[in-house]
Design a protein around this ligand. Structure first.
Ligand code: NOJ
Length: 534
């Protein structure tokens, strides 16, 4: 299937703003498809599976970091931003993947990790040696009579102090693992280097990548003087309160300059912020017209399966982004959180809710991020043996959920084989035995499967003019039920466990669980979502 890329500002110069309603599929590179049998997913494996993503109906693919890295944090510790780690392939593989994606009509977004480097990055090796190279990072003397105490009370997101002492007695800042020293964005060399890295990927092989997912986009600038916070409960405050290391006003100037850089390339290249801000209003600042195009909407991801709570999040999200003219994004899962089937209660109920939530999300105005395997209804793997875990937040003991390996288990493609088609041999994390039944092969062609539900939903979303970007308004519904309308369309979501009776709003298009229509009324099953044409 070959599609035309619609957003390219090519011959006509028309800008379609493709990203305003794009469905962007997140590939966690290490766990998607292993072409060479080393148990680790790689770029060739992804390229081979791109037709699957095009047929699924994705508009773009976001690839998590595949750069040279000692893998202290799944590749979010980059040692060389212009080199593909041999674990994942070569630069030629990256170019080939880009070419194939573009031929299939898929855009490609790659991660950029500007808040910190790996401690193996040449800059950090130079900084350890002392001298002016230290100014690229945050080195400080310690407190206490012998400088034996960290310079301030900041905690690492992964637990423990955000400072590590080096052999000459000074300390360096790392908001994440000690292997991820924070860069000093006040240093002009840092800015120049990242401009160059962005250009490298935007130009790779000619056409280059279509955008960047910006890791820790809210953390690059720290409050002047690195002031104490006064409590050790900092990780819990992320996303709800202001912290001197997150969401400082100074970050916006960087994003504005990146926007200018992105806009200097043809084809509407985008920047999407991974930003944790204390409110929807603060988050909207990242997507002002001269800043980034999108920001992940973690309020939606964090919301419980409850109609009133979801309605509030939807309203707040739409109002905040509308205030700056940006689209909202919706996301239910990613490589850092427990998969939503499990968050919503797990088992049959969790799956029912996850299927309904997916239809809800895909009917809302804006752009949608899907995390690999959610289209299969994969649950979190909660019983991984500790000795196989790799997540640094597990080892440091106080991470966001402490269990990020359970959502990173390799994708099952076939209902048998040593890793259910992930690769020729076993994968880097074992898949539960039940995962053959979740595989792409097992679900394809089964109209009741979650995969076919996603395929149908994405196809309809593309076909119906009223979905994607545009208006929506709430209609009246009983408690526990969300009803909203979009041009030519109504969506009903029953978040209660039991069925509810509604007036038939239109002609049923697609359901996560079949409604029972009789005359003017319809019984909508518990934990379900239905799309209606009006
Ligand atoms: C956010 C990424 O999604 C996560 O996986 C990583 O550990 C941190 N940023 C640090 O880079």
């Amino acid at each position: 299937m070959t599609q035309q890329l619609t957003g390219a500002a090519t011959t006509s110069g028309a800008r379609t703003r493709w990203w305003r309603d794009a469905v962007i599929y997140q590939v966690y590179v290490r766990s998607f498809a292993d072409s060479d049998g080393d148990g680790i997913g790689d770029l060739r494996g992804i390229e081979e599976r791109l037709p699957y993503l095009a047929e699924l109906g994705a508009d773009a693919v976001w690839l998590t970091p595949f750069y040279a890295s000692p893998q202290a944090d799944g590749g979010y510790d980059v040692a060389d931003y212009r080199v593909v780690d041999p674990l994942f392939g070569t630069l030629d593989d990256a170019q080939s993947l880009l070419r194939t994606a573009h031929r299939l009509g898929l855009r490609v977004i790659v991660d950029v990790v500007p808040n910190h480097t790996s401690d193996r990055h040449v800059w950090f090796r130079e900084a350890l040696a002392g001298g002016p190279a230290r100014a690229r990072y945050h080195f400080r003397p310690g407190r206490g009579p012998e400088g034996e105490l960290p310079p301030n009370d900041w905690q690492s997101v992964f637990g423990g102090p955000a400072w590590t002492r080096v052999s000459d007695g000074s300390w360096y800042l790392h908001l994440f693992a000690p292997e991820q020293p924070d860069l000093n964005w006040e240093n002009p060399e840092v800015r120049a280097e990242f401009d160059s890295v962005l250009r490298f990927w935007l130009e790779l092989g000619g056409r280059g990548v279509d955008g960047f997912r910006i890791d820790v986009a809210h953390g690059m600038v720290k409050a002047a003087g690195l002031p104490d916070i006064g409590t050790a409960e900092q990780v819990r405050m992320i996303g709800s309160q202001t912290l001197p290391f997150f969401d400082q006003d100074g970050v916006h100037e960087i994003h504005r300059s990146w926007r200018t850089l992105l806009d200097s390339y043809p084809g509407e290249r985008i920047g999407v912020a991974e930003a944790w801000a204390p409110s929807a209003e603060r988050l909207a600042l990242y997507v002002r017209p001269d800043e980034l195009h999108q920001a992940f909407n973690f309020q939606f991801l964090r919301c419980r399966w409850d109609a009133a709570a979801m309605r509030t999040v939807v309203d707040d999200s739409l109002a905040a982004t509308a205030s700056v003219g940006a689209p909202t994004t919706w996301v239910l899962s990613n490589h850092d959180v427990v998969r939503h089937v499990t968050r919503y209660g797990g088992g049959a109920a969790g799956l029912r809710r996850a299927r309904a939530a997916a239809l809800l999300m895909l009917a809302l105005p804006g752009s949608v991020y899907l995390y690999q395997g959610e289209e299969l209804g994969l649950p979190e793997v909660t019983d991984l043996p500790d000795e196989l875990r790799e997540d640094p937040s597990f080892f440091r003991g106080a991470g966001q959920d402490g269990l990020r390996d359970g959502c990173r288990v390799p994708v099952p493609w076939t209902d048998e084989g040593p890793s259910y088609g992930f690769g020729p041999g076993p994968g880097w994390l074992p898949q539960p035995e039940s995962w053959g039944a979740y595989s792409v092969g097992a679900q394809t062609g089964d109209p009741g499967s979650t995969l076919e539900l996603y395929r149908a939903a994405l196809a309809l979303r593309r076909r119906l003019d009223g979905l994607g970007d545009g208006p929506m308004s709430w209609l009246e519904g009983p408690p526990g039920v969300l009803v909203f309308t979009r041009p030519g369309f109504v969506c009903t979501v029953n978040t209660l466990p039991g069925a509810v009776e509604l007036r038939v709003p239109g002609r049923p298009l697609l359901s996560s669980a079949a409604p029972d229509i009789s005359g003017e009324s319809v019984r909508v099953p518990g934990d379900s979502c239905t799309w209606w044409a009006i």
